[in-house]
Design a protein around this ligand. Sequence first.
Ligand code: MG
Ligand code: MG
Length: 275
Amino acid sequence: MTRLRRQLLRRNTRHQTNGTQKRTEPVYKDPREIQLMREAGRIVARVHMAMKESVRPGISTLELDAIALDILRRHNANSSFYGYNGFPANICASINDELVHGIPNAKRILKEGDIISIDIGSYYRGFVGDSGWTYAVGGISADAQRVMDVTEASLWAGIAQAVPGNQVRDISRAIQQHVESHHMYIVKEYTGHGVGRDMHEAPQVLNYVSGDADSSLVLRPGLVLAVEPMVQLGTDKTRTLKDNWTVISKDHSLSAHFEHTIAITNQGPEILTLL
Ligand code: MG
Ligand code: MG
């Protein structure tokens, strides 16, 4: 069962190298749907504001989860993560060498010098907003600051390429070039994705250049993407913990994850997960 659960998870978030897997077509959103996604995205942004204010030494990741759920509910939204392939919490909270999919826990208490990646998905009036951010807990090391800065900058570099006429691979290339020019490592097993009524829609948005079919998709208005570089300081290899969710860097080096949901528009990328 545990292996199945992992396979189910990876069906949606891993780089699909298996040609037998079903490939779906991108879903283009009309203006009314984009407006709903804007609202779903703004709710995620509000939760992130609260996370930024709440992250401090002494707070547990389960307390952060409760704060997030409270804000989602107050905006008539739910967590799009809870129950997804059996995920048992409302946010993902991943500390230091944990890259993604960390499960909030009352015993995981933040301490000075940690970094924590918090991934939040809202489900609001039939649509998903998806955004992740890595936060510093008090004063952090130069290495921790560096992996955060490089990963965030690679997100912005990728988003800058999200304009009509470009291909998905232009986003991927910009992310990869920025990260690798700083001698850090892209994790290739997990990717960005289309987002809409489903949390994971076509196309995959890789964080590196590849010959996969989705990379050649030409961006056009109505496409909504979650762009999300996942970066580690010392290796591109990961390991999944026995909880079958938490992904860590294999060498325990620090990891960061930054993600926005963006809509492709004729005026350029519109970031939906901002206030
Ligand atoms: Mg996310
Ligand atoms: Mg995502």
